[in-house]
Structure formats: C-alpha cells, structure tokens
Design a protein around this ligand. Structure first.
Ligand SMILES: C[S@@+](CC[C@H](N)C(=O)[O-])C[C@H]1O[C@@H](n2cnc3c(N)ncnc32)[C@H](O)[C@@H]1O
Length: 337
C-alpha cells in the first residue's frame, strides 16, 4: 500500500501490464525487481492474475484494495493491532496466564504502554488516525454480510416503521462509527422512513468522518454513551458491536443511560452483537472473541449471560432475531414492566 501498488496495477482500467510498467507506476517508485517479486507472491496468493509470463492484471479483490476502507482495514490490522496479538503471550506470562479482567489492562495496553486507558480513549487522546482506520475496518467488517434489516432477519417494517411517529427521531446509531449502518438503512428504505437518523460517536470520531461518507441528512453528533442520551423519544436506539466491547457493569451503564430517553411502549433498544452458542461456536465468533480480549479485555456472551446483563439494567429482552446465513444476532429490548 505504501507504494500504491494496487493503484498501479489497476491503472489502464485493470488491463494486464508487465511488472516493469507496473513498477514504473508505483509511487514512490519502487525498484523493478522488488515489485516483480511482490507480484509473483500476490499471484501465488490469488490476489493478482498472471495473464502471461511477467504480465499481471488485478483480481476484483486487488481492485477493491484501492478503496479507503480496505486500506484502513489492512493498516489497522497489520500496523496497529497485529503487534498486540504477537505480544499477547508476554502479557499472559506476566499476568500468570489469567484472562484480562478489565478493558484498561489487556495486551493492547501492554504493547502501547497505556495501562489505565481504554482503546477508544487511546484513539481519542493519542491516535485519532488509528481511530479512523479502526472505523474504516468496522465499516468493511459489515460489508456483504447479511444486514440486520435484510429480509429474513429483523422485520423492520413491522417492528419499527409501522407505528413510528413522523417528525420524531427514528433511529439513533449509538457509537455508530463511520455511519455505514445508517447509510445502508437509508438506502434500503428510502422515503419509507420519515423520522430523523442520528449518528453518535465520540467527538473525535465524528469529526474524523468525512462529510462525503454519510448522507447530509443524517445528523452527526458527538456524544459519550456513558452519559444520558440527549435524543429523546426515538423509535430505536441501535448498538452495533458495542456491548461486546465492555464488561457487564459498563454495559449496564450504557443501557441505563438510554432509559430516560425512551418512551414506554414505543422506543426500543436494538443490540446487534454475536451471541455465543452454548456449544459449537463458529470460528468467526471464537476469533472475534479472541480479538476482543486482546484489544479490549472483553468477550462475547452466551444468551443467558446477555439476558442477565440486560435485565440487570432494568430492561427486558423482547426477542432475539437471527439470520440463517449469519452468526450475528439482533436483540430487541424494551423497558421492563
Ligand atoms: C466496535 S466499534 C463499532 C462501531 C459501529 N457501531 C460499527 O459497527 O461499525 C465501537 C464504537 O464505539 C465508539 N465509542 C467508544 N466509546 C464511546 C463512548 N464513550 N461514547 C460514544 N461512542 C463510543 C467507538 O468510537 C467506536 O466507533
């Protein structure tokens, strides 16, 4: 990425070129023999197609690598995060092989020498561009997987759109990152939904999200979700990949902060998260569970653990929805009786 190899490969609209031509187009310009070796390896990895001897064309994946979110994802995983995985054994050794119990004392903090600072605070205080790369990765993570509002998953029409007051906030994406979810929901339902869409995140993340990335009519708002929700009476408060990031006490604080804003019998909280099965977890769940431990000292929960945590915050689980081709769950929550 540093030498813009994927851009060089995809110039000429992806027509095949020799390694010499591709090397000539890298920026900063890399030595031909280095680029040729990269291309040979990328071919072996099925990222590039060798159409003839020493002649290369990009695959759709290589072309996608030009997009900002793909580049953010690779940079975050490779440059920012991989080091925490590599050093995790040292962290475990120093901590007598105990699993991290706190989100401010995990392998990430060990590596970045920031014990006492949560990953998201670290982004805000010391590394806003790391935070932006992280948000790009989250946007890519949800791409081309079933969306919570797709057919066969959560019945948005019946459960949210019907009965929604026009002119009132429709959905608040709490800790919504780059806003990809709201953008896609808006694209899927268009004018069907009358109320406002609100994207909330930490102020530095909201500032870092470029205007072009979210529709102008999605309101953007810096808000700390540990404090009382300022948007009152929305149809839904949506939490995607939020609950998985924190320990139970903090999650209950996040959920309780929504309660004063909720209208009884009308407002819902929608939690989009992995719910770990009691047996036979999918590798996507187990590997993300590991990443959560390394970066946030956090974990995925089983259904029983989720219910206990949600009910302990003074709320009730109405129903848990799953998509047949996905390992995510959408938990619909309302105020307790
Ligand atoms: C795992 S990401 C999920 C982002 C988004 N929901 C998505 O799925 O792409 C967690 C998000 O929570 C945000 N966040 C962390 N602490 C926060 C706080 N105290 N208040 C508001 N947002 C916060 C982070 O900035 C980040 O965007």
């Amino acid at each position: 990425m540093d030498i813009h190899l994927f851009e060089a490969l995809s110039s000429d609209d992806g027509s095949p070129n020799s390694s010499a031509v591709i090397a000539e187009r890298t920026d900063p310009k890399a030595e031909h023999s280095l680029v040729a070796r990269m291309l040979r390896h990328l071919t072996a990895m099925n990222t590039v197609i060798e159409t003839a001897q020493d002649t290369y064309a990009p695959t759709p994946f290589a072309r996608a690598m030009i997009q900002e979110n793909f580049q953010s994802t690779v940079s975050f995983i490779q440059d920012d995060f991989q080091i925490a995985n590599l050093k995790a054994p040292d962290f475990f050794k120093e901590n007598n092989y105990q699993a991290p119990k706190s989100s401010i004392d995990a392998p990430f903090q060990y590596v970045y020498d920031c014990k006492g600072t949560h990953l998201f605070e670290y982004f805000g205080r010391q590394a806003p561009m790391m935070g932006k790369r992280f948000a790009g990765m989250m946007a890519l993570w949800s791409k081309d997987r079933p969306k919570w509002f797709d057919q066969g998953y959560y019945p948005v029409q019946n459960r949210l759109i019907e009965g929604a007051d026009s002119g009132k906030p429709f959905l608040v994406d709490v800790g919504g990152g780059s806003g990809h979810d709201l953008v896609q929901l808006k694209e899927a339902f268009g004018d069907h939904i009358k109320g406002d869409f609100v994207l909330q995140d930490r102020p530095e993340i909201v500032v870092a999200i470029a205007e072009k990335e979210v529709h102008a009519d999605i309101k953007k708002m810096g808000h700390d979700f540990l404090t009382e929700q300022p948007v009152k009476g929305a149809r839904a408060y949506y939490l995607y990949s939020i609950i998985q990031d924190w320990e139970d006490e903090t999650n209950q604080q996040i959920l309780r902060a929504l309660i004063p804003a909720m209208r009884r019998g009308y407002s819902k909280i929608l939690i989009n998260d992995f719910v770990m099965p009691d047996q036979g977890a999918h590798w996507m769940q187990t590997s993300l569970d590991w990443e959560l431990m390394v970066s946030l000292g956090a974990r995925h929960r089983t259904e029983a653990e989720m219910r206990k945590m949600i009910e302990g915050a003074g709320l009730k689980v109405v129903e848990i929805f799953k998509h047949p081709q996905s390992v995510d769950s959408l938990i619909e929550v309302e105020l307790a009786e």
